[in-house]
Design a protein around this ligand. Structure first.
Ligand code: SF4
Length: 322
């Protein structure tokens, strides 16, 4: 089986995760997944709090909601950093050339994308809700169709598989030769992946590729890019993955022993029950692709969505309901 060649995804990450000791307390967060990703990804680490002039170490800041308005407040100094953070976030995101995804520090008042504590006032007020950090919200607003995750959620194997699939698919799209032949091949190689992710968008992408209206190439590519991102936004349903896996089994009608098929179907059941990651049944299909030289499936990105060195079966067990 030919090994897929991957283009390195460009990922913006919170700098305090593995890159620098820039947290308010002068510490760095150790993260196995980000460390493991480093050879395969082009990281763009950034620390928004450092960038707006807060030193290291620094007095912590928090999100405060007062009179319906959110502010980024530093209790020790009484200063409001909302404006600086908003200005920095906009100018930094505008300056980014191309990007395939984000890994941000969970629950941070700046970088957090969910579960950030929101305090009900400036003076010893209690936590009254949860929300997003200022930089995290700016990222979500600007890139609604890009993968944006925090390091905590990425300890869950389903979220991690989805994130890796997205960033490597988007990187290969970004690096694609902008020719009609390359687009047709891209669509063909991603057929099963798109079938698992979003069948409606898969059909739209097929129509865009067919280009019956003879649109200009730049228009075709722009439309395809929008719909590809849209197709990959939502985690595929377990039942959709099961459909694709059983569809793939159909390519090995002859050659397999009954016990091998039974073992595969049992593995698919375990995947369906959330006991093992998708990479396990995919691994079985890959061994058959190599054994029988199944050419069509060997070209499908679904079976090699990201470098095999990144396959992990460990799971925090958290966040299964996403
Ligand atoms: S969470 Fe964001 S702002 Fe806070 S230290 Fe990390 S990178 Fe800097």
């Amino acid at each position: 089986m030919e090994k897929r060649r991957f283009i390195k995804p460009i990922v913006v990450s919170s700098k305090c995760i593995e890159f620098a000791a820039c947290r308010w307390n002068g510490l760095m967060i150790k993260d196995d997944f980000v460390r493991q990703l480093t050879p395969f990804v082009e990281f763009r680490p950034v620390c928004p709090e450092f960038e707006i002039g807060l030193g290291i170490p620094r007095d912590p800041i928090r999100v405060v909601k007062s009179k319906g308005k959110l502010t980024l407040f530093q209790p020790a100094t009484g200063k409001d950093f909302s404006r600086q953070m908003n200005v920095f976030s906009q100018s930094y995101l505008e300056s980014l050339d191309e990007v395939d995804g984000f890994i941000l520090k969970g629950r941070s008042p700046s970088c957090g994308i969910k579960d950030v504590k929101i305090y009900g006032g400036i003076d010893k007020a209690p936590v009254t809700g949860k929300g997003t950090g200022f930089f995290g919200q700016a990222v979500i607003d600007r890139y609604p169709d890009l993968p944006v995750e925090d390091e905590g959620r990425l300890t869950n194997f389903r979220i991690r598989e989805h994130f890796l699939t997205q960033i490597f698919a988007l990187a290969s799209w970004r690096g694609l030769d902008k020719s009609m032949a390359a687009l047709i091949k891209f669509q063909e190689n991603n057929k099963l992946l798109l079938m698992a992710y979003n069948q409606k968008e898969m059909r739209i992408l097929g129509q865009i590729t067919a280009n019956r209206e003879k649109k200009k190439m730049n228009v075709v590519f722009a439309e395809y890019g929008i719909h590809l991102k849209r197709a990959l936004t939502t985690t595929p349903r377990v039942s959709s993955n099961v459909n694709v896996l059983t569809h793939a089994l159909g390519y090995f009608k002859t050659g397999l022993q009954g016990a091998e098929k039974a073992h595969f179907l049992k593995t698919v059941d375990k995947y369906r029950e959330g006991k093992i990651p998708l990479s396990v049944p995919i691994g079985i299909i890959n061994s058959w692709i190599a054994r029988f030289g199944q050419e069509y499936l060997s070209g499908q990105t679904y079976f090699q969505p990201y470098p095999e060195e990144l396959i992990q079966v460990s799971d925090s067990g958290k966040g299964r309901d996403f």
